[in-house]
Ligand binder design. Structure first.
Ligand SMILES: Nc1ccc(Br)nc1
Length: 446
């Protein structure tokens, strides 16, 4: 755990005194290292993305949930040597509690399901969009936070659950203009590894650790992979066979090696059959090397990738039937995915699919002299009460300024409150796109 307070184990974190000199020194106005601000134009893109996440989740009948960003550190301490643990953003709070900023959402989901216990009726179909954190030495200059969209199904052991989750991501891609020519899903099952390790007599408690090593197969040299697998006690011969199986690219070839009696082949065949029924066959391919980097996956695993191979995984997920019991709860069949907010934006930029999202407001309302500021407020309120968006000019400004602001906020029309018209309960309206101008009673303005 990379303690965020420099590793100091002091009980309470005493805020440093601010000296008089420091008090007047300009603070660093940038956000903390590895974090982002979302000024309006970035927030519009984020809302656009999140609205698609939410709309797809709603289409699939999922309920929204949320959890604290801060969790007890223990929720994320797993012994399998995952990167997510090495980069945990953890510290000791003022109550001497070991806490962490969540690096992912699934453990929180597991905690809440256990907390709810028998009161929940299965299956649960939940989704969340939450900020997740990691504390990585900034040497690599990577971000320390991102937002993740998660969808999870609790209580369905059949592969129909994974098939529906992948379908929901395909629906999302289609909504934003991404096609099967742009991205695909590599799909496999950790039961392949499980069956192989069992065949080679590898103890079950090494399963998670072996998966984490295998997940690095495209990130570190193969000799390093073999060395790390060797440390787990797996024989060299078994390692060679393991790596040979993991290079298999077709389900038939895999079946020739491991036989068709096991669950792995059955699950994968069913998934590909369901993919046809859901209508996304062209989006998925079997790839035995996909294991994903989280220790708790137990079955089908999948990851979305860009077919040009330029970007990191777009999303990923799988089945995690044993996670709840690692927290002392009853086990429920479970599967889900995480979809980050960063790689997808890089992909949209690549494909020139970023939406143009300017500010939009229907009316800019302006008093023509300072004695009519109150009248302008009345006009603004009347329009807002009718559900119209209004940018009310709050101070006395020359018309030239008002027209410039109208252009900047992309107002559809300008509503001017002048002395003579207002005596008659009317205002002047100028439609900015056409230049059309007319007077209208406020009561008739819509
Ligand atoms: N888990 C995690 C958290 C934050 C970022 Br940025 N990436 C991965």
């Amino acid at each position: 755990c990379a303690a965020a307070n420099g590793g100091g184990r002091s009980g309470s974190i005493v805020a440093p005194l601010v000296t008089e000199e420091d008090f007047h020194k300009k603070i660093d106005v940038n956000p903390p290292k590895g974090t982002r601000d979302f000024p309006p134009e970035d927030m519009r893109l984020r809302n656009w993305l999140f609205n698609h996440f939410k709309e797809v989740s709603r289409l699939y009948g999922y309920e929204e949930v949320d959890y604290p960003v801060l969790e007890t550190e223990a929720l994320f301490i797993r012994k399998a040597g995952e990167e997510i643990r090495d980069q945990l953003y953890c510290f000791e709070d003022r109550g001497n509690r070991r806490v962490a900023l969540r690096p992912e959402l699934t453990p929180s989901l597991a905690r809440l399901v256990i907390q709810k216990g028998k009161s929940v009726s299965l299956p649960l179909k939940w989704f969340a969009i939450g900020q997740c954190w990691r504390y990585e030495r900034m040497t690599r200059g990577r971000r320390r936070e991102h937002y993740q969209w998660n969808m999870d199904i609790i209580g369905v052991p059949q592969v129909t659950a994974e098939a529906e989750l992948i379908s929901s991501i395909v629906t999302f891609f289609k909504r934003i203009g991404i096609t099967a020519s742009d991205v695909g899903f590599k799909v496999s099952s950790r039961k392949v590894l499980q069956e192989l390790l069992k065949k080679y007599g590898v103890p079950e408690d090494l399963f998670g650790r072996v998966c984490i090593i295998i997940d690095k197969i495209e990130k570190i040299p193969i000799d390093e992979i073999k060395k790390e697998l060797g440390f787990t006690g797996i024989s060299e011969d078994a390692i060679e066979q393991l790596l040979q199986v993991l290079s298999v690219k077709s389900l038939d070839d895999l079946e020739d090696i491991i036989g068709g009696a096991g669950e792995a082949i059955a699950d994968l065949k069913q998934l590909f059959s369901l993919a046809e029924k859901f209508g996304y066959s062209e989006w998925i391919q079997f790839d035995a090397s996909v294991v994903r980097g989280l220790a708790y996956y137990t079955g089908i695993v999948f990851e979305g990738f860009d077919r040009k191979g330029k970007l990191r995984a777009i999303c990923g997920g799988g089945r995690y039937d044993r996670l709840l019991s690692t927290y002392g709860g009853d086990d429920f069949p479970a599967c889900g995915f995480g979809f980050g907010d960063a790689v997808i934006v890089e992909l949209l930029k690549e494909k020139d699919l970023l939406p143009e999202l300017g500010q939009e407001v229907e009316n800019i309302v302006c008093a023509l002299d300072k004695d009519l500021q109150g009248a302008a407020a009345t006009v603004a309120t009347a329009l807002r009460d009718k559900g119209q968006t209004v940018d009310l000019v709050l101070e006395s400004k020359p018309l030239k300024w008002v027209f410039k602001r109208a252009a900047r906020v992309n107002a559809r029309r300008l509503v001017l409150v002048g002395k003579t018209e207002w005596e008659d309960g009317s205002v002047s309206v100028k439609v900015l796109s056409s230049g059309e101008q007319f007077q209208v009673k406020l009561s008739d303005l819509e």
